[in-house]
Design a protein around this ligand. Structure first.
Ligand code: F6P
Length: 346
């Protein structure tokens, strides 16, 4: 009997936990459902170029603890043109795929949802360190990024205190400030600036001054890369060049704030931009377990023929959720969660 072939791809920015997801899909898919697997290299580009690798039990051995993705990734966006969509559909058939599991954030899963609407058997897995995907409580990779940022804040704390300085820590988070919020709370930051809540430098300086009155001659400010001052409507960017999903490269808000803080408060101020360190290296135990549960759920969805669905964490359970709902709008930091951070401001 010929076995059904299931494709697997990882798209968008890489993220700790991708390999545990791939491993779980393939292990359960082979043992329980007797599927065959084909990895598509470098995200949607692998489908457009029919660039594949066989995924058997050997290929996924020893990858549980490894960061990155054994499949490679890219920000290729086939939904940019009808020609490319046609090509993706034709190649899906040419490769003999029964189904395709796309592991990605809103961009990658947006393409998956579109291809599902065009009749292909697609299932998704929610990945992003930013945690900004709807229809799931948490994306995998977020916990690791928060852990890395928290460790950095802890380290900056001791040097800030020794030198009586202000330390500004810029973390990732384009539209959603989840990493800034959670690492800021965990690391005891004095000000947490997120894209959802425009800030003023004066407010930040007042927090720093209030701390001085309490005898605290140093402060930690955590800022998400997408945060904006109240009087601005533009991201601070490293370049205007856009990727194929239309995103500019963010970075630099931390330096701007630091300069202003130093000017207005007289405190020596330094900036640390954590950048891709937040995305690299080994996943936390939480992300390995969550990634494993997501992988198991994704292959179960394929076996049950529940296409157009994504593995999703709801409370303590991993269940199917609509791909369309997941990509309909970003999941932003809510007012109640941000209120917790404010309790510790100054
Ligand atoms: O989408 C995840 C993310 O890490 C964002 O927080 C960040 O803005 C972006 O990716 C960086 O992308 P790149 O690796 O393409 O520079």
């Amino acid at each position: 009997m010929t076995k059904k072939v299931v494709g697997v791809l990882t798209g968008g920015g890489d993220c700790p936990g991708l390999n545990p997801v791939i491993r779980a899909i393939v292990r359960k898919g082979i043992d329980t459902y007797h599927f065959e697997f084909l990895g598509l290299r470098n995200g949607w580009l692998g489908l457009l170029e029919q660039n594949t690798l066989p995924l058997d039990v050997n290929a996924i051995g020893g990858i549980l603890h490894r960061g990155g993705t054994i499949l490679g990734t890219s920000r290729t966006n086939p939904s940019k043109s009808e020609d490319q969509m046609q090509k993706a559909i034709a190649n899906f058939k040419a490769l003999g795929l029964h189904a395709l599991i796309a592991i990605g954030g809103d961009d990658t899963l947006g393409v998956a949802s579109k291809l599902h609407k065009r009749g292909l058997n697609l299932v998704g897995v929610p990945k992003t360190i930013d945690n900004d995907l709807s229809a799931t409580d948490v994306t995998f990779g977020f916990d690791t990024a928060v852990q890395i940022a928290t460790e950095a804040i802890d380290r900056l704390h001791t040097t800030a205190e020794s030198h009586n300085r202000v330390m500004v820590v810029e973390v990732m988070g384009r539209h959603a400030g989840w990493i800034a919020l959670h690492s800021g709370i965990a690391g005891g930051a004095d000000a947490i600036l997120i894209p959802e809540v425009p800030f003023t430098v004066d407010d930040v300086c007042n927090i720093i001054r209030r701390r001085v009155i309490r005898g605290r001659n140093f402060s930690i400010v955590v800022v998400a890369e997408g945060a904006m001052p109240k009087d601005s409507h533009d991201f601070v960017t490293q370049s205007d060049e856009k990727d194929s999903f239309g995103h500019v490269r963010l970075g630099g808000i931390g330096n701007l704030i630091a300069m202003e803080i130093e000017k207005r408060t007289g405190f020596e101020t330094r900036t640390t931009i954590l950048g891709h360190i937040q995305r690299g290296g080994t996943p936390t135990a939480f992300d390995r377990v969550l990634g494993t549960k997501y992988g198991i759920c994704a292959i179960d969805l394929v076996a049950q023929g529940q296409f157009g669905q994504m593995a999703s964490l709801r409370g303590t359970l991993v269940v199917g959720a609509s791909l369309e709902e997941a990509v309909s709008k970003p999941k932003l930091v809510d007012a109640a969660s941000y209120e917790i951070a404010r309790v510790f401001s100054g």
